[in-house]
Design a protein. Structure first.
Length: 152
């Protein structure tokens, strides 16, 4: 087994981290606020998005993906089910005991409203930037996804 050494953290990398951190935190905070204005918490939006991307996902896999304990995820799911946003259904005919999750039509509409609100806020902010700044952000989109561990 070959061990690859992690790259050294240089002063330039530390300076970049120091510059990006507040910007990413503030942007994240504003996007969470837009989800709340659409009537959902940020975690609700995240859970709904994950269930949409992975219909049939089980509670354990969802909790792991969202880096949450099973009891905490169960509590969120009970609330989302009670609101009619998600439902449990047999995940596979081979194992009728296991229940998978899927969005209801109401959940899909709620998720669309959250995304639309967030996108509208972000598009409004982007429209105030110079074309060069928008181009730089477009170039940074994939590396930022990689940074978050959700890239290619």
């Amino acid at each position: 087994m070959r061990v690859v050494n992690a790259p050294a953290i240089t002063p330039e990398i530390l300076a970049l981290a120091d510059a990006l951190r507040p910007a990413l935190l503030r942007a994240s905070r504003r996007l969470r606020a837009e989800a709340q204005r659409a009537g959902a918490s940020a975690i609700d939006a995240q859970i709904l998005g994950t269930v949409k991307k992975s219909p049939g996902i089980g509670l354990s896999a969802l909790a792991e993906r969202e880096q949450m304990t099973k009891p905490s995820m169960s509590s969120h799911l009970k609330r989302l089910e009670g609101a009619g946003l998600v439902e449990r259904a047999p995940a596979a005919p081979a194992d009728r005991r296991r229940k998978g999750l899927r969005l209801t039509a109401r959940g899909a509409r709620a998720l669309d409203a959250i995304r639309r609100r967030r996108n509208d806020w972000l598009a409004g902010r982007l429209s105030t930037l110079a074309p060069e700044a928008r181009a730089a952000l477009a170039e940074a989109a994939l590396p930022l996804l990689d940074l978050a561990g959700e890239g290619r």
